[in-house]
Design a protein around this ligand. Sequence first.
Ligand code: ARG
Length: 615
Amino acid sequence: MLDLLSDLGRRAAAALATHLAATGGAVDGLPAELPVVRAGKPEFGDFQISACLQIAKQAKRPPRELAEAVVRGLTGHEALAKIEIAGPGFVNLHLTDGWLANRVAARMSDPRLGLRPVGRDQRVVIDYSAPNVAKPMHIGHIRSTIVGAALHRTLKALAYDVIADNHIGDWGTQFGKLIVAYRRWNDQAAYAADPVTELLRLYVAFSVEEKRERGEVAATATATATATEPATDEEEVQGPAPPILEEARRELVKLQAGDAENHALWQKFIADSRHAFQEIYDRLGVTFDYWLGESTYNGLLPTVVQELRRRGIARDSRGAQVIFFDEQGEVLAAERAPIENAKLPPFIVQKSDGGFNYASTDVATLAIRLGLFGASRILIVTDERQQLHFRQLFAVARRMGVTVPVEHIWFGLMRMAEGTIKTREGNVIHLADLLDEAERRATVAAGEHNPELGDEERRDVGRVVGIGAVKYNDLSKDRQTLVTFTFDKALSLQGNTAPYLQYAYARIRSIVRKSGEAPSPSATVILGDTVERDLARRILAYPEAVETVARTCRPHVLCDYLYELATAFSTFYADHPVLKAEPTLRASRLVLTELTARVLRDGLSLLGIDVLERM
Ligand code: ARG
């Protein structure tokens, strides 16, 4: 379908250019291909070209005259049954049933279901998940992991050369604190049982002690805040530092200087945390090509800052190395974002005490991704709170002469409805607990739904549905909206949910099984009415949805598409018998049925969601 749309768009543009040239109307930058978009209503046909209206203004011509030129250019095209001019100058295109039917039939022997290798020769680096060492993955990392993994799979399916990098927070001031807390309070048995939870407890204990020493009342709320901030966030210390903080600084300096004992502890914290993260990734089916954590770049940081200074991008400001944007008049782009159009605040790349930070690390990271990996596009998936940081970073990149697209794929934080899940120490919701509970509930529901399932099968269904539901709940909403998670909504069998699609898939597969034959790739497809025609059109639109996800990094577009496909199928199946139809119609309808199942399975797999043949 996408090839058809480009073909129509190019022909329309050529006809327009010829017409304008012949009549002496010149237009600057006439596109080589007019946009051909899906029509909003069935009465407008299948597709629509609206570009004549815009171009008419520039050419100072009546829009309908230009629309007529487009109609002349497209008349006789094999795929078109009817071309009409509507309203002030829209061109409505109606496809022939024959063309649609042939295309659908051809999909039966296309294992890629129409997906085009549009990413060939392009290398995308995608940075997602990136949890912080010694802290359990919190709810912000869940979305980054799920959204990032879906983008990772989608880009791969379109033949992009993707490098997935888990930029874990494995460096920073928290390690000085952890070393102190570990030596003072580590509970060996607790650590052996669950190192990350024990490390979090130690981290919290440190904050409590710090607060106490500061003479303040221990505020337990701090734990939540600290646990969700980037690992290398600047320390904000007012007044004289409490002794425990001084001690943590000394331990950090020792670690940075290569002290053997501290170095070993640091390595241990990383190894144990990575192990815990890996367990989650295994459950979620998430993989990375590299785990280049923040510490990877340590050795490069002095050079990065020196180079920024040499190029006049950074300069000394009261002993710190700082990049100022207002001098050059950089202004934030007007985007839909909580940060208003304001001048970018200064970007500190080296603190006055000589320490490097999250900012300098990200400049170094960018250099490696561009230089070593030869990225032609870089995507960084984090929650919305890091928007300012990345705007600053990208402004620095532009000053460094970087021209490849570098995008911050931010998402709104996910909230838990009150009482959804019990939080553990530090008020942090553990991803593992969330997944356990989802699986448990889905297992119970599977048993109620189908009492014939054996124990093992029921647990399988519970696992696939539970994990799928958590993922889909995140993916199906525009990532820039706030998501409130409730198990009832995520696990519902009604509406735009993973369980709905998974059950729809299993039901469709059972129809094909009952037919007792493999749907034939050589069957003639018959589109008898608008319902069958609509289903065929939706099947063919799969590549469009997938390419849109890759371009906009918005997986909900694919979710919406799959949900509409499943709905179109159930409308079709409600009054179009498949198994009981006469032989030619039966063969045709089996093709539509089989293709719906294939697209559902493929689309869900791009989202990282499994399906089952029986549920
Ligand atoms: N570790 C960071 C956090 O938890 C996310 C890192 C994102 N990637 C990057 N290159 N800064 O917030």
